[in-house]
Design a protein around this ligand. Structure first.
Ligand SMILES: C[S@@+](CC[C@H](N)C(=O)[O-])C[C@H]1O[C@@H](n2cnc3c(N)ncnc32)[C@H](O)[C@@H]1O
Length: 323
């Protein structure tokens, strides 16, 4: 039975990196995955959540898995080959902004569950050539999809100082953004991640024993800008709603407050039966809710999971059901 071949063990890649799926049991329970379920995983990564969902939905559940990164598709195709062969797992390299189109093409309308586990995988972080990490020297890339044109190098080396500062401020929530942007514009061009990290560090006066590297927020900001992460998430959530059958569930795991705010506000709006009317401060407009919140507050990792998997420390899981 192919469900038995779908191992929820962490996936390891040739470089030895491992991606441990976060909040795995909470996702399986929250999405109420049952045998025969039809599921979409919009962010395959290492296939950890998908492997476990294949097991839970065995013997005949089916999953459509997307990832913008062709390396993720290749890795999961290898790891979960038996499920692909039997047609239980369909893999598509695509941005999740195309989720409705891809799902319709593959006959995955009216699904039971959709998962978006946002951000980047441990494989992407551990692969120096992808340029996500300042811990190793790599090109200033940071694209999830290597076919995309915009790279971190283009932003850092060509964007005007005020636009660079805005990106660092908005997406990195970095209050020293103006100082960093001014310094980077004076010192550019940069070719590698370690050069950039060193320059950011110098711009803010060095590391001086800080636990968090001074370039952390700038790197997060660049990654979000390169991959249009917030805009794409906003575009995708309503498509997910349209793909769920009544009672079907959507789970989103986010890793920073900017993403979580988008998910929280959208879910709350869709779950509300009343909208304040700006023209009538004491009145409002009634509406028909489309979602029921399963999680009123986001689910976070237990101390044991955080100790085991540091990626889980900032994870927030929100779940809602289509009415
Ligand atoms: C945190 S990982 C997912 C890990 C996965 N749940 C697992 O258990 O292995 C996030 C993945 O989402 C992909 N991704 C991020 N934004 C995307 C987008 N807009 N469209 C498609 N894939 C995206 C990344 O390439 C990455 O592989």
């Amino acid at each position: 039975m192919c469900g038995q071949n779908a191992s929820p063990e962490p996936a390891a890649d040739p470089a030895g990196a491992r991606h441990v799926p976060v909040l795995l049991n909470e996702v399986l329970e929250g999405l109420a995955i049952r045998p025969g379920a039809r599921i979409i995983d919009g962010t395959l990564g290492g296939g950890g959540h998908t492997a476990a969902m294949l097991e839970r939905s065995a013997p005949n559940g089916r999953i459509l898995g997307l990832d913008a990164d062709p390396a993720a598709i290749r890795r999961v195709a290898q790891r979960l080959a038996p499920a692909v062969e039997t047609g239980r797992l369909v893999l598509v390299q695509a941005n999740f902004t195309a989720i409705a189109q891809v799902a319709t093409f593959h006959g995955f309308n009216e699904v039971d569950a959709i998962l978006l586990d946002l951000g980047l995988s441990s494989f992407q972080l551990a692969t120096a050539e992808r340029g996500f990490s300042f811990a190793q020297s790599g090109p200033l890339d940071m694209r999830f999809d290597p076919q995309q044109r915009l790279t971190a190098a283009e932003i850092v080396n060509t964007w005007p100082e005020d636009e660079l500062a805005d990106v660092i401020y908005r997406y990195g929530e970095e209050h020293r953004s103006r100082r960093i942007a001014r310094y980077l514009v004076r010192q550019r061009p940069f070719t590698t991640t370690d050069e950039l990290a060193e320059a950011v560090s110098r711009a803010v006066g060095g590391r001086r024993g800080k636990r968090i590297h001074p370039a952390t927020k700038t790197f997060q900001a660049l990654r979000i800008a390169v991959n249009h992460e917030l805009a794409y998430l906003e575009e995708t959530l309503p498509q997910c709603l349209a793909l769920l059958k009544p009672g079907g569930r959507l789970a989103v795991i986010s890793f920073h407050s900017l993403e979580d705010r988008i998910v929280k506000r959208w879910m709350q709006f869709e779950a509300s039966d009343y909208l304040p009317d700006p023209m009538h401060p004491y009145g409002g407009i009634e509406r028909t809710p489309t979602l029921r919140l399963i999680t009123k507050k986001p689910i976070t990792a237990t101390p044991a999971e955080m100790a085991d998997n540091p990626r889980s420390r900032s994870a927030k899981l929100r779940i809602a059901a289509h009415l």
